[in-house]
Design a protein around this ligand. Structure first.
Ligand code: 3PG
Ligand code: MG
Length: 395
């Protein structure tokens, strides 16, 4: 892969595919981590006299403009972080984009409106994606891929545009790949992986591949109830993916055969409803009352998990342990974050939700080895899948 140092960008129109998909509350950005992570590459291009055209998706609009998913608030924040105005195009490849790019001086930055306001961006049909990619490519002379969080998507701006322009990998993707290599090649052991989040079906692929690589797999979050049920426990009204029970049982058996330690919670915070003010109590993980649902791992599990991280040399964590946005169910996620901080391991927090959790719970980002900007992307990498956005930057 060529880096931005290998290509001539001075006076050129450089299209940077970033991942500026940040959580919004109304028009307010609640976690700007992905914008901050995108700044160094943009700055480096500015310093070298490029006309920098940044593009990204935000949320999952369905191929037509939706004001709630406008990148306008992101343009403002990006400008603050760069210390320079960012011109905002109110469309992606239309009149506004063309005029904005046409007026862009060397060393200045523009942001295009949400790529997903166009059906071609995410189209399954190669020709439809290609037609949109043609129009994006017309706006630029050079392409820089730096949206790590979206490299697992076969989308026009990620996969098809680099085939149409001289291209290079940006500094953020390069850093993320260095970290992922440390999790896959010559891993320092013990290697512990903590998985959470709500859907077990999203994590089965990575568990499959981790059974050959990790020494310990700790499970929390909504997905854990499928594991507890697979062990024959009552899980009450907790999240349960019944159609995955057989596969989960098979994984537990394979882990045992391979000597991989599966660590499940020993206690759970069980509530009467999915609400911060619902009646809730600590119960044993094998005795969740039939009328309650588990919304966090319990305090003994928090201690157990931290203990399993204490002597690890490498830790990868993806997915919150509970509904951390509600204070009564945030303690498991806090305990795991603290466990990472207290261990001497190289610690990696993988992805959008866990990264945002760490920051919104008030932990210091610098206390972790690396906080990734890509959740799905890092999981698919660890699964050993080929990632379209990386494939496109090869060669
Ligand atoms: C993310 O938030 O995981 C990335 O920005 C990718 O978004 P997507 O899952 O909507 O493709
Ligand atoms: Mg996501």
């Amino acid at each position: 892969m060529k880096t931005i140092d290998d290509i001539d960008v001075s006076g050129k129109r450089v299209l940077v595919r970033a991942d500026l998909n940040v959580p919004l509350d109304g028009g307010r950005i609640t976690d700007d981590g992905r914008i901050r992570a995108s700044v160094p590459t943009i700055k480096a291009l500015v310093d070298r006299g490029a006309k920098v055209i940044v593009c990204s998706h935000l949320g999952r609009p369905k191929g037509a403009p939706e004001p709630a998913y406008s990148l306008a608030p992101v343009a403002g924040r990006l400008g603050e972080l760069l210390g320079a105005d960012v011109a905002f195009a109110t469309d992606t490849v239309g009149e506004s984009a063309q005029a904005t790019v046409g007026e862009l001086a060397d060393g200045r930055v523009a942001l295009l409106e949400n790529l997903r306001f166009n059906p071609g961006e995410t189209a399954k049909d190669d020709a439809e994606r290609g037609a949109f990619a043609d129009r994006l490519a017309e706006l630029a002379d050079v392409y820089v891929g730096d949206g790590f969080g979206a490299v697992h998507r076969k989308h026009a701006s990620v996969y098809d545009v680099p085939a149409r322009l001289p291209h290079a990998v940006g500094g953020l993707i390069a850093t993320e790949l260095d970290v992922l290599e440390r999790l896959t090649e010559d891993v320092q052991r013990p290697y512990a992986v903590i998985l959470g989040g709500s859907k077990v079906s999203d994590k089965l692929g990575v568990i499959d591949s981790l059974l050959d690589k990790a020494d310990r797999i700790l499970v929390g979050g909504g997905m854990v109830f499928t594991f507890l049920a697979a062990q024959g426990h009552e899980v009450g009204k907790s999240l349960l993916e019944k159609d995955q029970l057989d596969r989960v049982r098979e994984y537990l058996a394979r882990a045992e055969a391979k000597g991989v330690e599966f660590v499940l919670p020993v206690d759970v915070i069980a509530a009467t409803a999915f609400a911060a003010d619902a009646d809730h109590a600590v119960v044993s993980a094998d005795a969740i009352p039939a009328d309650r649902l588990g919304l966090d791992i319990g305090p003994a599990s928090g201690e157990l998990f931290a203990d399993k991280l204490a002597d690890a040399q490498t830790v990868f964590w993806n997915g919150p342990m509970g509904v951390f946005e509600m204070e009564p169910y945030s303690h498991g996620t806090r305990a795991v974050a603290q466990g990472l901080i207290d261990s001497d391991a190289f610690t990696v927090v993988g992805g959008g939700d866990s990264a945002a959790a760490v920051r919104t719970l008030g932990f210091d980002e610098n206390a972790f080895g690396h906080i990734s900007t890509g959740g799905g992307a890092s999981l698919e990498y660890l699964e050993g899948k080929s990632l379209p956005g990386l494939e496109a930057l090869e060669g």
